[in-house]
Write a protein that binds this ligand. Structure first.
Ligand SMILES: *[C@@H]1O[C@H](CO)[C@@H](O)[C@H](O)[C@H]1NC(C)=O
Ligand SMILES: *[C@@H]1O[C@H](CO)[C@@H](O)[C@H](O)[C@H]1NC(C)=O
Length: 230
């Protein structure tokens, strides 16, 4: 049988202080479908043949010269910087603190890469951070609901974005966004369902013992009851 796995290149933007689970959840979940993971003895030849090779790049401005600390866990060493980062198919943006400003270098990187990306995924406040680029104007996007409520109450919500307050994740064109922290796992599961072979998706579900939540009903939607996101 001809063996020709698909290659996928993923970048993960490491913004200092980002929520660890925002990155680790989707990265590990998506990677559970990879050709590398399917080398485990419990996987079959059929799964190996269907599994994509997934290349991961961890991006920060200074590349491997400056370890990044997340909300928890050990400091990690990025693998590439904005200039050495190879062409990407997908970019994942985990959520940093609300006070994190999209700095010039990072903004240029995102603008340069955006048109050639097949998809951009945000988790939690990653969408609020990325919205500073202007690339989410008019786009339907989810974000952390506690953060959205706080931004409305303090008059700082970016109202050019079409915020969605009652879904765990939203896909609008090539923007895939999720709500608070754990919903990144559900976004990852949706990404896998859309992109990968059903047998592989079923195997990863068994392997991770995770039944993903649908976008709706969203049990956390009441956080935004009466909050004006328009
Ligand atoms: C980016 O990484 C490349 C390759 O490791 C290195 O040559 C370059 O100096 C780095 N740029 C910055 C700004 O650190
Ligand atoms: C996943 O587990 C179920 C049993 O719950 C089994 O029927 C199914 O074949 C498994 N899927 C794969 C791809 O191994």
């Amino acid at each position: 049988m001809l063996f020709s796995p698909k290659n996928i290149t993923f970048g993960v933007l490491l913004i200092p202080g980002y929520q660890w689970l925002d990155a680790v959840g989707p990265v590990d979940y998506i990677n559970s479908h990879s050709h590398a993971m399917m080398q485990m003895p419990a996987a079959t030849e059929s799964l190996r043949a269907k599994a994509p090779i997934i290349n991961w790049h961890y991006i920060s401005s200074e590349g491997n010269f400056n370890p990044i600390s997340a909300s928890a866990g050990p400091p990690h060493i990025p693998t590439v910087n904005f200039t050495s980062c190879p062409p990407l198919d997908y970019l994942l943006i985990p959520g940093p603190a609300l006070s994190a400003r999209l700095y010039e270098e990072c903004s240029s990187f995102i603008h340069e890469r955006f048109s050639t990306l097949k998809g951009l995924l945000t988790v939690c406040t990653g969408s609020i951070y990325f919205a500073q680029s202007g690339l989410l104007d008019g786009v339907h996007v989810a974000s952390n609901k506690v953060a959205l409520k706080y931004l409305v109450e303090t008059g700082r919500l970016n109202r050019k974005v079409k915020w969605v307050g009652d879904k765990r994740f939203v896909r609008d064109g090539k923007i895939w966004s999720s709500a608070g922290i754990t919903s990144g796992l559900d976004l990852a599961a949706e990404f896998a369902r859309v992109h990968f072979d059903p047998e592989l998706v079923d195997f990863a579900r068994n392997l991770t013992e995770y039944d993903s939540n649908p976008a709706q009903p969203d049990p956390f939607a009441p956080i935004l009851d009466g909050v004006d996101l328009d």
